[in-house]
Design a protein around this ligand. Structure first.
Ligand code: SIN
Length: 290
């Protein structure tokens, strides 16, 4: 256990996951404003470990919003109807009788199709099913660092094409869905638009380079033929999700998880049909990837 901060009020403890990717933070009460030292230590731990879990944090929606705003301004969440009275909170809810695939079931980095994708996503567990429902994270920095220098040099100047179309577009997964879904998804032509980001991005705080592509939102590599794009992206996706780069997060009720979309991608696992799962999610605005 590392003691990364001691303030006059509380001691924050940061326990890295055994793999070195992800950490658990205790000794902090997120229902109240953090003092300057605590906030700086939380932000530093988040930058260092990329996925940080805060167990035993019962939070109202207002407290979740307030903690999010301590990290940074809200990001823009498109294509999903937010909670009534809480325009910056999404409820990820799946009822016991729902048959539709659980939300977030493919590997992605949140809203990477935006010009300035969110730096952070915060997810607070309200109802956790007794089985399944884990969230898996891939360490995109380690995945990049594990590539050969020749492959890194080949990828570094490339730009990847991102789009929300496969999920939220007019011909996307949600447009074709026939099963009942509690979450209100807004299918839109806007989702079919594309933009490019560096395929390898540099973290603004740590300076580490990460692969910034995902199977859900990256549709091509700029300047490559479709076959070449498929070959490069297919290789990268298989490389990134190897066990050595993946952290499996197991939820407990009243847990807050905060992850860094600039250097991770994630996937929400199902396996809890017949059980309710309810999470509340906010995002923090990010920069233009470079
Ligand atoms: C997501 O934000 O992609 C969903 C994560 C989850 O529900 O575990």
């Amino acid at each position: 256990m590392l003691k990364e901060a001691e303030s006059a009020h509380r001691t924050i403890e940061v326990r890295p996951q055994p793999s070195g990717f992800g950490a658990e933070i205790t000794g902090v009460d997120l229902s109240r404003p953090l003092d300057r030292d605590q906030l700086a230590q939380v932000k530093a731990a988040w930058a260092k470990h990329a996925v940080v879990a805060f167990p035993d944090q019962p939070l109202t929606l207002e407290q979740l919003e307030a903690f999010t705003l301590q990290i940074g301004p809200f990001g823009a969440d498109p294509f999903i109807k937010p909670m009534p009275g809480h325009p910056n909170v999404l409820e990820l809810r799946r009822e016991p009788d729902e048959k539709a695939t659980n939300f977030g079931a493919g590997w992605h980095s949140d809203w990477s199709f935006q010009a300035q994708p969110p730096a952070a996503t915060l997810l607070h567990s309200e109802v956790v099913p007794p089985v399944g429902g884990d969230t898996l994270f891939c360490d995109c920095a380690r995945a990049f660092e594990a590539l050969s220098p020749a492959m890194q040099a080949m990828l570094a100047p490339l730009r990847a094409v991102h789009s929300a179309g496969r999920a939220y577009g007019t011909k996307g997964v949600f447009a074709r869905e026939t099963e009942k879904r509690t979450m209100q998804i807004i299918v839109s032509e806007e989702a079919d638009e594309t933009l490019t980001h560096p395929l390898v991005r540099t973290h603004p705080v740590t300076g580490r380079k990460s692969l910034f592509v995902s199977p859900v939102y990256t549709v091509a590599v700029e300047g490559l033929t479709p076959k070449e794009s498929q070959a490069v992206l297919g290789f990268l996706f298989a490389h990134m999700v190897q066990d050595e780069f993946v952290y499996r997060h197991r939820w407990a009720p009243n847990m807050l998880l905060m992850w860094d979309n600039r250097c991770t991608m994630h996937l929400a696992e199902g396996g809890y049909d017949g059980h309710l799962r309810v999470m509340h999610r906010t995002t923090v605005a990010g920069d233009t990837p470079v």
